[in-house]
Design a protein around this ligand. Structure first.
Ligand code: FE2
Ligand code: FE2
Length: 159
């Protein structure tokens, strides 16, 4: 077995978070669909898929390392939003929180001198740079355009 109990447990918790993120992004995609903003919706449908892939990467790691998969109960995603800025602001906050959680996982591997685990997490560390920066960028664009000009944001996203 190449995974400690503590790291195994922490990854199980993270799998739940990735799945919750996937559900949250799905719910944001539906919000944009409801407002006829297809490009924004498409972007969040894609994000939802990616979060599911993240969960699967953790699942495969646990199984390969000989650990136990225990998926925690998932919280229901937020389903209503006041504005596009509200929905994307929530996503940015989420990505910042996830970055912190990934760092906490890294800390466990360092403490345990689990270099396989540390190496595995590198991908997630780099991924968070991209996730936070792209969400931050989208929020900036939304703020500049304003709630009344979201259709211009759709045009911007088509390029
Ligand atoms: Fe993720
Ligand atoms: Fe993410």
């Amino acid at each position: 077995m190449l995974i400690s109990r503590e790291f195994n447990q922490a990854i199980n918790v993270q799998i739940g978070r990735e799945m919750e993120a996937s559900l949250q992004y799905l719910s944001i995609a539906a919000y944009f669909e409801g407002r006829y903003l297809k490009k924004l919706a498409g972007l969040f449908f894609k994000q939802a898929e990616e979060e599911n892939e993240h969960a699967m990467k953790f699942v495969k790691y646990i199984l390969e390392a000989g650990g136990n998969l225990e998926i925690p109960a998932l919280a229901a995603p937020k389903a209503t939003f006041e504005s596009a800025e509200d929905a994307v602001g929530l996503s940015l906050k989420w990505e910042n929180d996830v970055t912190k959680y990934i760092y906490e996982l890294v800390e466990i591997t360092l403490k345990e001198k689990d270099y396989i685990g540390r190496e595995f997490l590198s991908w997630f560390v780099s991924e968070q740079l991209e996730e936070v920066s792209s969400m931050d960028n989208l929020l900036g664009v939304l703020k500049q355009a304003g709630e009344k000009n979201l259709i211009m944001v759709e045009g911007y996203l088509s390029h």
